[in-house]
Design a protein around this ligand. Structure first.
Ligand SMILES: Cc1cc2nc3c(=O)[nH]c(=O)nc-3n(C[C@H](O)[C@H](O)[C@H](O)COP(=O)(O)OP(=O)(O)OC[C@H]3O[C@@H](n4cnc5c(N)ncnc54)[C@H](O)[C@@H]3O)c2cc1C
Length: 597
């Protein structure tokens, strides 16, 4: 018998029936060809801190590799950020994921057709409960246990001290995997007069439902993903909603042509060199000029294909359907989106993207007013950087979260990590999973690849490169991040490119779908693996704990989201950038490739 984290017990048939919901069928082939236990016998006792998506997948992958994990979770159940809790939670009642189910799902547990779009936080926790039940993870968790201290044990291993209702306890583990999350500690900015402001203030993580704002004048500060969604919801319920933005924002709608926009993230989209069109760093100007001159006729064709794509798939839909008011609202929303991007300091791919444009529409339709950054608070009013002011009843600070690990010493918690997971000096006995965020994409599949890799490092099936090599790689990634994400280079040090980070981890595990692997697949699977959504299942086609049949089923169910001019355009750029690479060498690498390693 298996127990859901909500406390309800599921019988084996009920589990199967639940897994079968949604049209993708029971993943009977979810068990890998190696069986649940790794072959190497180097089984470790591992403490996993946190039972959010990262903690759950870490426990599952550790079990798969033959380890003995125990997870500690301070909340009463699984789900992490997405678990709705009136008092201690982070999300609001109507919160919906910004990443699609197809992209957010773990590699060997499909979400099913009904949840392939944008799930509510509650639906996603339901998915995690099913995952937990299917792989027997609940029995590994100790809920209501907060880890207070993690320190080196004498000899080998780690001492873990945790607190629960019954008191404080200590236990020794061979290894610790930290999965305590990027979004657990609200960040409250320092703004002059904020502490003495006479109206009510709260962090966005305390917002629960519209009744809190009904009939009130509300100021929302910040339009990260929470701020953007909260401002859009408030604009339908508050007496007045003002959204304060210090700078512009890179905005993408959640959906396009009725499909989640993130399904456009594909290997094909990421195959050309990124400097060709994704980023605009001035240091790349020389490369772009060389590219234009070398391939002049092809570049003209490239432009033509782009225009065709834009005309039919971006501009025409703005004019379609609805009445005149709706068309005007569409046009104004697009214009504002472009304006916000222009004020953000970079292109769409050079920063973290806000994956919803509902708040832009609220501004376009006059339900929400945009204001500049807050300069100071004065008793009952807020003064903006342009001198204008507003007197809100309530201020909601959607000013993000701080990454904190109070159970570790400061130096260890803050040090940069190899593949965001391993401290080069400490090695795999203290690993970190889930401390990276894709600019566009989803955290759980990245956490899954980190967990697979860490589990193999601990069992000895994989080895770390020498320390100097890891340090050099960290320095290289830091330079690359500052280059690629130049619009946010002084902030967000955990930002990664979803596809690139996935492939780097997969190469370490040995599960990357390389040219050699894809050659053995059917034409349909090759097409989906290249031009279909960048789903995690592609990393189960080959390598340790592969589940090729399940992977093929998931891959073939995904749509190809690039209409023909876009597809032709991307293949052309892929071909041209590879030609540049062959002609001119290492300075011109493609962003993503299908090579080994
Ligand atoms: C409003 C909102 C919407 C989001 N939407 C998306 C989305 O659509 N797609 C996406 O990919 N990401 C989204 N994110 C990011 C999201 O945080 C991560 O995807 C996800 O939560 C990562 O899971 P995690 O397990 O790493 O961290 P968390 O979900 O934060 O889980 C960490 C867990 O560790 C526990 N914990 C922490 N410290 C301790 C301790 N000392 N002892 C014991 N337990 C501890 C916490 O209680 C928590 O349960 C969103 C974030 C927010 C705030």
């Amino acid at each position: 018998m298996t127990t859901l984290a909500s406390g309800r017990r599921l019988g084996p048939f009920e589990i199967n029936a639940k897994l079968g919901e949604g049209g993708m069928g029971v993943p009977a082939d979810a068990r890998d060809s190696h069986g649940l236990c790794g072959e190497r016998g180097s089984s470790k006792r591992v403490a996993v801190i946190g039972a959010g998506p990262s903690g759950l997948v870490a426990v599952k992958e550790l079990l798969d590799e033959g380890h003995r994990p125990t997870s500690f979770e301070r909340a009463r159940g699984i789900g992490g950020v997405f678990r709705f809790d009136e008092e201690d939670g982070v999300v609001w009642e109507s919160c919906r994921l910004t990443s699609s189910g197809l992209l957010t799902a773990f590699s060997d547990f499909p979400v099913g057709a009904q949840r392939a779009g944008h799930m509510t936080a509650g639906e996603y926790v339901g998915y995690l409960e099913e995952y937990s039940a299917a792989f027997g993870l609940a029995g590994r968790a100790r809920f209501g246990c907060e880890v207070e201290t993690v320190r080196r044990a004498e000899g080998d291993g780690w001492r873990v001290i945790w607190r629960e209702a019954g008191g404080r306890h200590e236990e020794r583990f061979d290894a610790v995997v930290v999965c305590s999350g990027l979004h657990q500690h609200p960040h409250r900015p320092r703004i002059e007069g904020l502490e003495s402001f006479a109206g009510e203030t709260m962090h966005g993580s305390r917002y629960r439902r519209p009744e809190q704002v009904a009939g009130r004048r509300v100021l929302v500060v910040g339009a990260g993903e929470s701020g953007a969604d909260i401002a859009a919801e408030l604009s339908r319920h508050a007496a007045e909603t003002v959204l304060s933005l210090r700078r512009g924002v890179a905005v993408q709608p959640r959906t396009m042509f009725g499909q989640p926009k993130d399904l456009q993230i594909s290997r094909l989209l990421n195959s050309p060199a990124e400097w060709i069109f994704q980023t605009r760093h001035p240091a790349d100007d020389r490369k772009r000029t060389a590219y234009r001159w070398l391939f002049l006729p092809f570049v003209a064709l490239d432009k033509l294909l782009q225009l065709t794509y834009r005309y039919f798939w971006e501009y025409l839909p703005l004019l379609r359907g609805g009445d005149r008011r709706e068309i005007l609202s569409n046009l104004r929303t697009r214009e504002l989106t472009m304006q916000l991007l222009a004020e953000s300091g970079g292109t769409l791919n050079e920063q973290f993207g806000t994956k919803t444009d509902d708040f832009v529409r609220a501004i376009a339709d006059g339900r929400c007013r945009q204001a500049p950054g807050v300069d100071r608070f004065e008793e009952r009013r807020v003064v903006f950087s342009d001198g204008s002011d507003f007197s809100p009843d309530l201020v909601i600070l959607c000013t993000g979260f701080e990454t904190r690990m109070p159970f570790l010493d400061e130096a260890t918690a803050a040090a940069p990590r190899f593949l965001h997971a391993i401290h080069p000096e400490i090695g795999p006995s203290l690993a970190f999973v889930g401390f990276l965020r894709p600019a566009f994409g989803a955290i759980p599949p990245l956490a899954e690849l980190q967990a697979r890799w860490v589990a193999r490092l601990l069992s000895g099936a994989a080895a770390l490169p020498p320390r100097t090599e890891m340090e050099a790689a960290i320095a290289r990634w830091q330079r690359r991040r500052a280059h690629t994400f130049r619009a946010v280079r002084d902030r967000l040090d955990y930002l990664v490119d979803h596809a690139v980070a996935c492939d780097e981890l997969a190469a370490r595990i040995g599960c990357k779908p390389t040219r050699r692997v894809l050659r053995g697949e059917s034409r349909e699977i090759r097409r989906k693996a290249v031009a279909g959504p960048f789903v995690a299942a592609q990393y189960r086609l080959t390598g340790p704990h592969a589940k090729p049949e399940l992977a093929r089923r998931i891959l073939s169910a995904g749509p190809v989201m690039h209409p023909w001019p876009d597809r032709a355009n991307l293949y052309l750029r892929w071909f041209l950038s590879r030609t540049m690479y062959r002609l001119l060498g290492d300075e011109y690498p493609p962003k993503l490739d299908l090579e080994e390693g």
